[in-house]
Design a protein around this ligand. Structure first.
Ligand SMILES: C[S@@+](CC[C@H](N)C(=O)[O-])C[C@H]1O[C@@H](n2cnc3c(N)ncnc32)[C@H](O)[C@@H]1O
Length: 208
């Protein structure tokens, strides 16, 4: 059964953000290296406090990064300033057609990065998030998606939302060719004093 939508503003206001490791994702760096994803115009969806967006900017990518939560974006802007890099951060709701339309006017993006966002928004409104990704990409665009995995043996409810590989293939397959999908573990996060590394999917897609 889909979960109730999370209160993302509240999560950032109270600091209940276990996904926010403050370190660039190891799996993201691995995929970028292995698939020779060279600097290009890119968009990070649901960028949180900007750790990964700043890493991409440091590699020479031209980065736009959006998140629903203004407080997360404020922190992301400060992070980019401290790092001395330029990232176009903006607060936007990826499920609101008008806001997506404005973002799409700056697209299509050659590369989209998503750590832990599609797996949440598909539970809220799957057709809308898919339509958003469609509007923001063009033929040949790459989409790197890091998402929770139903094969995770830990008790349900611990860690991020989980999705079956078959579901991702059924949902994204009509729009994207699958370049690679593999299991990995999210970098360790601490929840209620316990450090966990949830099992996840790393899926690299190319827009048909
Ligand atoms: C699990 S967190 C991951 C954050 C970030 N990608 C990271 O790895 O640190 C999911 C993020 O999606 C953002 N989000 C949720 N719903 C959104 C929406 N409708 N539009 C834009 N961002 C959204 C949340 O505010 C949150 O920052």
């Amino acid at each position: 059964m889909p979960e109730a939508p999370r209160d993302w503003n509240d999560r950032y206001a109270t600091g209940h953000t276990p996904w926010d490791s403050g370190l660039p994702s190891i799996e993201m760096q691995r995929v970028v290296r292995e698939h020779a994803i060279t600097p290009r115009r890119m968009l990070e969806i649901g960028c949180g406090t900007g750790t990964n967006a700043v890493w991409f900017a440091q590699q020479g990518f031209e980065v736009t990064a959006v998140d629903l939560v203004p407080l997360a974006i404020e922190k992301a802007v400060a992070r980019a300033k401290d790092a001395g890099v330029r990232v176009q951060f903006q607060a936007a709701n990826l499920l609101e057609a008008a806001e997506v339309g404005k973002l799409a006017a700056g697209g299509p993006y050659a590369f989209i990065f998503d750590r832990g966002v599609y797996h949440c928004l598909r539970e809220e409104n799957q057709p809308a998030i898919l339509s958003t990704i469609k509007q923001l990409t063009g033929r040949g665009s790459l989409y790197l998606q890091l998402a929770g995995n139903t094969n995770d043996p830990s008790p349900p409810g611990q860690g991020p939302p989980r999705v079956k590989a078959e579901a991702l293939l059924a949902e994204l397959g009509p729009l994207f060719e699958l370049v690679q999908m593999r299991e990995f573990n999210f970098d360790g996060v601490t929840v209620d004093g316990v450090t966990i590394s949830p099992l996840a999917w790393s899926a690299l897609w190319r827009r048909k």
